[in-house]
Design a protein around this ligand. Structure first.
Ligand code: HEM
Length: 505
């Protein structure tokens, strides 16, 4: 008796469910068509989905190779949408770079926080309710700009020279610049945008560098796809952030207890009324912006010079003439001679044209990273005629320009001459060089980064003859091929080290 009744009930329920589903689908389609008609009459379009995707989970191919994925998806100038689990994204083609860089509505900081797996939610309100506001109510760029002002850095030149000299004069016969030079950039940057007391203590500075490095590595596809899931990576990330906070708050408490005023970045932030948590948030974000690129680029330019001896000797010559302008006394050690060079002297446009051309080329060739924006405006917006629904990430890639053979001849070759006045490959088309950003979000630390790189290059090439070698010490004449699919700029694979022979003259 029961079974036919149950079958009957099951039939009614499943028919009702199917009917409800069909009605929902019809309504959704009607809404979608109405939205499409409205957008079309307003001259807008919905970005079609890329076929490079798995059902439900989305375009996992993105994680296998950002460059391969974005290049293939946008082939022929297409603006396409894709999703990574719940996160809706739009890949922007090179043809729309002006719109990508120049529109100020989408957010910069939050986009990177989401795409590097740094936040459990991309919702601004959620973050503030947890006590996190990575932009400190929009004030963080103002604080950073104040900390890298010429006057402030000039006041710190003696200590920056001392730290740079300690590193260069202490290098062994062979060094891994992606370790030693990177660590020095870390120390110089901590002194400039974090706290002088931390930079002064090698032990604390090293501990902070270790936490920072682990944090840098802890964003994985899992943390991006499932930001809400409290898995191992996210737990580890919270633990590392707590350790970072402990170091920062101990330094803050110590100076408050001793009534010290160190006249450094930490003091500036305390005086601006920031809490220990806010100072930690600011410092972490500023160090991420300031160290990852600079530390690796400072090492790469040395390797690029070492594998191009004709440029190495030109750069050495140029730097020697530059230093002699300020202190011609060659009987003094180099570090004493550079003391009379101000920060403005180092960063003045045209002061080191050959070194600058080499740096530009290293930046162009070595940095191949995806760039992101997030529409966190709370409403749908349109960019270049395409609808960008709220919550959508816009993804672009620096290699769209930097490794594009329609812009740069033989783009995978290190060739500083492409930036010479005669060739000026970066000027033939607008917006072709984006190593320091373009449009609304240009790099705030560009001058400071250039100074750090020029200083360490000057001290190293003037003090040593330099040769590129592999991990075993065997000479190499060519750098390994550029890896275009990394998420962030990374050391070469296989490793490249430098063999250093002290120079006698
Ligand atoms: C070689 C070193 C560096 C390179 C290649 C570099 C590159 C860039 C690029 C390409 C952007 C824009 C990214 C985009 O459009 O999505 C940017 C933005 C930024 N950079 Fe740098 N950067 C370097 C060093 C630094 C340093 C040393 C600092 C701080 C001391 C810094 C602070 C920033 C900040 C705060 C922004 C965001 C600006 C905004 O929100 O509008 N950078 N950088």
């Amino acid at each position: 008796m029961d079974s036919p009744l149950m079958l009957h009930a099951a039939f009614i329920v499943s028919t009702a469910l199917t009917a409800a589903l069909m009605v929902a689908l019809a309504l959704w389609q009607r809404r979608f068509r109405a939205q499409k008609a409205r957008l079309t009459s307003a001259g807008l379009s919905i970005a079609p989905s890329t076929p490079i995707a798995y059902p439900i989970i989305g375009s996992l191919q993105y994680f296998a190779g950002h460059w391969d994925f974005l290049r293939t998806a946008t082939r022929g100038g297409a603006t396409v949408s894709f999703h990574l689990a719940n996160q809706r994204c739009i890949a922007v083609p090179v043809e729309k770079r002006h719109e990508f860089f120049s529109d100020s509505r989408p957010s910069f900081a939050l986009a990177y926080a989401v795409m590097l797996g740094a936040t459990p939610s991309m919702n601004k309100d959620f973050l503030s309710s947890m006590g996190f506001d990575i932009t400190l109510g929009g004030r963080s760029n103002k604080f950073l700009s104040a900390l890298v002002r010429n006057q402030r850095i000039n006041a710190n030149m003696p200590i920056l020279y001392q730290y740079a000299d300690e590193c260069i004069s202490g290098l062994g016969a062979t060094t891994d610049p992606f370790d030693t030079i990177y660590k020095t950039i870390f120390r110089l940057t901590v002194n400039t945008i974090a706290a002088s007391s931390i930079a002064a203590s090698p032990a604390i500075c090293d501990a902070l560098a270790k936490i920072f490095h682990e944090l840098d590595q802890s964003g994985t596809p899992a943390t991006i796809l499932f930001p809400w899931f409290p898995g191992w990576e996210r737990m580890q990330r919270f633990y590392l952030m707590k350790q970072f906070y402990d170091i920062m708050s101990a330094a803050i408490d110590e100076r408050k207890k001793e009534g010290r005023n160190d006249e450094d970045p930490m003091q500036y932030l305390i005086d601006a009324g920031l809490s220990s948590l806010e100072i930690t948030q600011f410092t972490l974000a500023a160090l991420f912006a300031g160290i990852a690129n600079t530390g690796i680029v400072a090492a790469y330019i040395l390797c690029d010079l070492a594998t191009h001896p004709e440029y190495l000797s030109q750069v050495r010559e140029e730097l020697s003439t530059f230093v002699a302008q300020f202190n011609p006394d060659e009987s003094l050690p180099l570090v004493a001679r550079v003391q009379s060079i101000t920060y403005e002297d180092w960063i003045r446009v045209g002061s080191l044209p050959i070194t600058d051309k080499c740096l530009k080329e290293t930046l162009r060739l070595r940095i191949a990273t995806p760039l992101h924006r997030l529409n966190d405006s709370g409403k749908d917006i349109d960019i270049a005629g395409t609808l960008v629904p709220k919550g959508t990430i816009l993804s672009f890639h620096s290699s769209f320009m930097h490794h594009n053979e329609e812009i740069y001849t033989e783009p995978l070759r290190w060739d500083p001459e492409r930036f010479s006045e005669e060739r000026a490959e970066d000027k033939a088309q607008p917006m072709s060089f984006a190593a320091w950003g373009l449009g609304k979000h240009q790099c705030l630390g560009q001058k400071f980064a250039k100074f750090e790189i020029f200083l360490l290059t000057a001290l190293l090439v003037s003090s040593y003859d330099v040769q590129a070698v592999d991990k075993t010490g065997a000479p190499i004449t060519e750098m390994p091929p550029v890896e275009l699919n990394n998420t962030v700029i990374s050391p070469p694979n296989p490793e490249v080290h430098l063999k250093l022979t002290p120079r006698t003259c």
